[in-house]
Design a protein around this ligand. Structure first.
Ligand code: 5GP
Length: 120
């Protein structure tokens, strides 16, 4: 999948659309999800142009990859969910119903999240 520079997270990174920022460093940005599905629902995104974890793993520099993992951990601690527990999740493609085609990790917490995927 080619990267779409007009996706909503690219526009947030360019400052064209506001976000409720919770963390930022050289390589990553984290902000509250606009439609939270848990008391804590934050999105962590790399600043580079990647559509998915496999794209990120293939193309991002080691420095970007290390910084991103460290950012996710730092944000979880900053949000105060490291002790009570949290879930990270990344959607990619049609079967995962990915809405925004810029790689991102969701961090959910603040309540018991149930087990894994809902059965339907
Ligand atoms: P996905 O399904 O791609 O993993 O999730 C995309 C997430 O981005 C959704 O949870 C959605 O609520 C969130 N989102 C979509 N547009 C915006 C926006 O403009 N601002 C913020 N903060 N979150 C957004």
């Amino acid at each position: 999948m080619a990267y779409d520079r007009n996706n909503i997270f690219a526009r947030i990174l360019r400052g064209e659309i506001p976000c409720q920022k919770v963390y930022e460093d050289e390589h990553a940005l984290a902000f509250n999800d606009i439609r939270p599905q848990a008391p804590v629902h934050v999105l962590v995104i790399p600043k580079g142009e990647y559509v998915s974890i496999d794209d990120f793993a293939a193309k991002a520099s080691p420095a970007e990859q290390i910084a991103f993992i460290k950012a996710v951990g730092a944000v979880a601690r900053q949000l105060g969910v490291a002790d009570s527990g949290y879930r990270i999740l990344a959607n990619h493609g049609v079967n995962a119903n990915q809405e925004v085609p810029h790689f991102h990790v969701h961090i959910f917490g603040g309540r018991n999240l149930g087990r894994m995927l809902p059965r339907d």
